[in-house]
Each structure stands twice: as structure tokens, then as C-alpha cells.
Ligand binder design. Structure first.
Ligand code: 2BA
Length: 107
């Protein structure tokens, strides 16, 4: 079994969530915020069988879009000490971590 942790843009979260649930995956959504841009995102926690991982990734990929975003003035000001601070960044589609699950317990 794998634990999939997927950070998805707040704008895509509902579509990703619905698509996963429609395919009978069990999903937990956590409100999250990017450390750099401080924009809202959703972090999905999904426990899936090894053979289901590819399907989960395909669903997330299909419903999350990459976007270019200008770095806002307040962020530029906050990180002004960094020499190579970009003026625009590419966000996502999704940032995904996949971990092996040692135990899965439900009481
Ligand atoms: P944020 O930290 O708000 O980052 C938004 C975008 O800004 C990133 O897009 C990246 O293009 C850029 N960025 C982030 N940190 C940067 C830095 N120190 N210098 C220059 N540019 C920087 P993504 O890479 O697609 O990441 C989207 C969101 O996914 C991130 O939001 C963060 O919440 C999460 N994330 C990405 N990589 C992560 C990692 N290795 N560990 C934990 N969370 C991660």
C-alpha cells in the first residue's frame, strides 16, 4: 500500500476531489498554504493499493493545471535579500509525494 500526498492548487481541488471519489478512492483534504507565494492550496492524503497508484496519479494530472503566476510585490519585498528571486513562477499542476505504508489501521 502507498500513501499519496498531493499538493494541489485551491482552484483545482474540487475537481480533483470529485474525480477521485467518483472512482471510489478514499480521500482526505487538508487546507494548506504555499510557503513561498502564500496562496491557498489543498493537500490530499490518499491511501491506495500499489496497483491503484497510476490511476490516482492520472486523475490528479488530468484535473490539475500548471499556471504561471507573477510574484506579488509583498513577496518580492519579503524575500528581497535573495539575488535571483524570479518575477514569475510556474505553479504545479500538482506536487506529489508517494510513500510506502508500513501499517494501515482502522478502529
Ligand atoms: P509555494 O511554496 O507557494 O511555491 C509556489 C511556486 O513558487 C512553486 O511552484 C515554485 O515554482 C516557486 N517557488 C517555490 N519556492 C521557491 C523558492 N524558494 N525560490 C524560487 N521559486 C520558488 P511548485 O514547485 O509547483 O510548488 C507548488 C506548491 O507545492 C508550493 O507552493 C508548496 O506548497 C508545494 N511544494 C512544492 N515543492 C515542495 C516540496 N519539495 N516540499 C513541500 N512542499 C512543496
Amino acid at each position: 500500500m502507498k500513501l499519496i500526498i498531493a499538493i494541489v492548487s485551491g482552484d483545482d481541488a474540487s475537481e480533483v476531489s470529485s474525480a477521485l471519489v467518483k472512482q471510489n478512492f478514499v480521500v482526505t483534504r487538508i487546507e494548506s498554504t504555499g510557503g513561498f507565494l502564500k496562496t491557498r492550496s489543498r493537500t490530499f492524503i490518499i491511501g491506495a493499493k500499489d496497483e491503484e497508484v497510476d490511476e490516482v496519479l492520472a486523475i490528479i494530472k488530468e484535473h490539475s493545471q500548471a499556471r504561471n503566476k507573477e510574484v506579488p510585490k509583498n513577496i518580492k519585498k519579503e524575500f528581497a535579500m535573495f539575488e535571483n528571486l524570479p518575477s514569475e513562477v510556474k505553479i504545479g499542476g500538482a506536487t506529489i509525494f508517494i510513500l510506502d505504508v508500513e501499517q494501515f489501521i482502522k478502529f
